[in-house]
Ligand binder design. Structure first.
Ligand SMILES: [Zn+2]
Length: 427
């Protein structure tokens, strides 16, 4: 975390404001500008936390704010503590504490032992820029609350960020959802993370997701999620890679043919379009894109020097080969469209499942337009496995879609995200 002070701007200020908001000290919606209201809240937070109150968010302030960023607090049990008392003290619930601490004996809490106490707000924010940093915080926060979620890294990005994956469910049928191959389509990352959180909460507390029992879903399928295939690109578009940094300047120098910078950037930080990297018609994609003028690293549509030349696409490819996915969804924006076919392949059940996905979301089921009909993840998945794979173009408007669309996009997609986990079983 960067030290932030009056006048600072950017996604880390949004994150700071989110934390202060959750701590009850900052009312407005996060806007990424460290002004008087933010400074006042930081001062108040520092006083309350026993820190030197200087109004500057440095390492100690960030550290103290961490429970509000991850959504839980580690508490050492002392004499007289019970789950009931701990829940009351932190606004948590006994059920939430039990879920987060499966090995603790609620009737015999050991003095000096440490408990994870979930705080009374959800982990995944949907009102701030969703950077790789926010994703890491969500990963830590969700794993702390819901230890049955598995997570780890499938590889590293060009700039060394973990390519995080999550797994939920214990069924034999494996399915795979990925998002944010394209940098300026990052709203799809919180979409999958919010779904993961809602599903996990429903499973933990005996509820349902999209009218389906979470327990039944959990037993039927194993859902794997890579919510941010292109973290470096997302960080560029959201402003976490700040103006004047080496990575920013390098990307800016590659902005040709130019897009609005950085918000129009789709590629990874090397200027390669990650969804034109898969070995399915890659030569054809290259021919088409070169003819359109995309012949070198740039903000969009450059296929790379060879298939899988980039660590992000290679990692997703290898992750796929190491599993046995029956179905995949690849999230993009925008257009409210579902693409289901590749070349002459028509996997068994693929059309019928696509029709149901379309019915659940209200999105149109369509054939991929010729100019983008090759070298995408779903193209390769269909070609390699002859199983149902879909590209979902969520939302409508110009990317990056505003977060004001988030709730609507979530509502449109939750039914699909639930149905697709078991859809291929019926085939
Ligand atoms: Zn896309």
């Amino acid at each position: 975390m960067t030290t932030l002070r009056f006048g600072s701007k950017g996604p880390e200020v949004e994150l700071l404001q989110l934390g202060l908001n959750r701590a009850g000290l900052y009312g407005p919606a996060p806007d990424g500008t460290f002004g008087p209201a933010t400074q006042k809240a930081v001062l108040e937070f520092q006083r309350r936390s026993g820190l030197a109150a200087d109004g500057i968010a440095g390492p100690r302030t960030w550290q103290a704010l961490m429970p509000y960023l991850t959504g839980s607090r580690i508490v050492t049990v002392s004499g007289g503590d019970s789950l009931y008392r701990l829940a009351g003290r932190y606004g948590s619930s006994i059920r939430a504490i039990e879920t987060a601490n499966p090995s603790a004996d609620p009737l015999n809490l050991q003095i000096g032992s440490r408990l994870v106490i979930p705080l009374p707000f959800s982990v995944v924010p949907t009102n701030i820029s969703f950077t790789s940093q926010v994703l890491e915080l969500c990963a830590a926060g969700l794993k702390a609350r819901y230890p049955f979620i598995e997570s780890g890294s499938i590889g590293s990005s060009v700039l060394g960020h973990n390519l995080l994956y999550f797994k939920i469910g214990a069924g034999k049928s494996e399915v795979f959802y990925n998002a944010a191959h394209h940098a300026n389509e990052w709203i799809t990352s919180p979409l999958l993370m919010k779904y993961l959180e809602n599903y996990a909460a429903a499973y933990a507390f005996g509820g349902g997701v999209s009218n389906k029992s979470a327990a039944a879903l959990y037993g039927a399928a194993s859902l794997f999620i890579v919510p941010m295939v292109n973290p470096d690109g997302v960080d560029l578009v959201t402003g976490l890679i700040s103006e004047g940094s080496a990575a920013y300047d390098k990307a800016l120098a590659m902005n040709e043919p130019p897009v609005a910078f950085p918000q129009g950037w789709k590629a990874n930080i090397n200027g390669v379009d990650l969804n034109l990297q898969y070995p399915a018609g890659w030569e054809e994609a290259k021919r088409i894109k070169f003819a359109e003028g995309y012949t070198k690293p740039g903000p969009r549509d450059y296929v790379g020097s060879s298939p899988l030349s980039q660590p992000e696409s290679a990692s997703v490819y290898n992750f796929t080969l190491n599993h046995n996915f029956k179905l995949t969804l690849s999230y993009h924006t925008q257009g409210r469209v579902i693409y289901w076919k590749y070349d002459g392949y028509e996997p068994e059940g693929s059309y019928d499942i696509g029709r149901e996905l379309s019915r659940l979301s209200g999105y149109a089921l369509e054939l991929t337009p010729p100019y983008s009909a090759n070298a995408g993840y779903k193209d390769w998945f269909i070609q390699h496995y002859n199983r149902p794979g879909y590209t979902i173009e969520a939302g409508i408007g110009a990317a990056p879609l505003p977060l004001s669309q988030f709730d609507e996009i979530y509502r449109e997609n939750e039914g699909m995200l639930t149905y697709a986990q078991t859809a291929a079983d019926a085939v």
